[in-house]
Design a protein around this ligand. Sequence first.
Ligand SMILES: COc1ccc(S(=O)(=O)N2Cc3cc(-c4ccc(C=O)o4)ccc3N(Cc3cncn3C)C[C@H]2Cc2ccc(O)cc2)cc1
Ligand SMILES: [Zn+2]
Length: 331
Amino acid sequence: SFTTKDVVLKEDRPKSLLLQKHSDYLASYGLNKDDYEYCMTEYLRMSGIYWSLTAMELMDQSSRMPKEEIIEFIKSCQDSESGGISASINHDPHMLYTLSAVQVLAMYDRLDAIDVEGVVRFVASMQQEDGSFYGDKWGEVDTRFSFCAVMCLSLLHRMEDINVNKAVDFVLSCMNFDGGFGSKPGSESHAGLIYCCVGTLSICKRMDALHADELAWWLCERQLPSGGLNGRPEKLPDLCYSWWVMSSLSMLNRIHWVDKKSLEQFILACQDAETGGFSDRPGDITDPFHTLFGLAGLSLLGNTSIKAVNPTYCMPQETIDKLKLEPQILH
Ligand SMILES: COc1ccc(S(=O)(=O)N2Cc3cc(-c4ccc(C=O)o4)ccc3N(Cc3cncn3C)C[C@H]2Cc2ccc(O)cc2)cc1
Ligand SMILES: [Zn+2]
């Protein structure tokens, strides 16, 4: 007999949304600078701030975040020479953290706090002849960095500073026969990278090039009997994959292809009623990363106690509206 990897939801799992617990969890995360996990995640601190702030915004609790301290931290992480932004002070600038910083400042409407020309110069300097993007000066190519580049520049209304057609051509060169995408041409389809590639095409308004039905079919096949979604065939379900798959299906206008009720039960089961926050699977340790994607996923499923999230940017819809951005959604 074969065993389909899946989890079993326990009867005593959380069945309602514990908003106050999550707000308290994120408000206190990082207050204790000696906390083990806090110290161990210094290398992704800028992204951690984006995940925490966006989650708080979606719960309408962002007033509990230390706004001025965050803005000062971001200013101190911009590298004057390259223009790029690092995860923490004195770390190397990288596309991942440059994007996270721009997303945070866009939500705070404080893009004036950094050298925008420097950011544009850094992002444009990462584009290669084939249209692909490096993550940093060490030269790793990944479709994740194409998504960082176009999302970051679209938030700054500076898309004309890169070669958009070549950026799209590179992403399309990563499309597989299953309609999905990997990190580079020929790489295996993976839900997280499909989200990055579909998001890139959504921002560049080039979703016409997608094989929408094949791709949506591969995505909804990620759902398991537990209701949870995995990132690739034969893998265990994981809450963050719920976001990558659902946001991609939302951009493809095919979110109705998943079983919303059982997926909502899985997401609610990933909450921790003691500590607050969401984890990757029921019973695991919670973190700000999965807490954002749990809340954003419930928002996409129509939970109105959470503010509307934009599936392409994973930011509050009201921020995208204020910036007058119109990422493409298939009809
Ligand atoms: C705990 O082990 C990891 C492994 C990879 C990473 S990662 O930075 O490469 N990354 C994001 C990520 C973050 C966390 C986390 C813990 C505490 C905080 C504070 O904000 O954030 C946890 C996991 C995680 N992963 C790994 C992962 C997710 N689900 C299962 N796993 C093993 C994703 C990983 C890749 C990534 C995805 C999206 C993104 O925007 C950036 C990076 C981080 C911790
Ligand atoms: Zn995960």
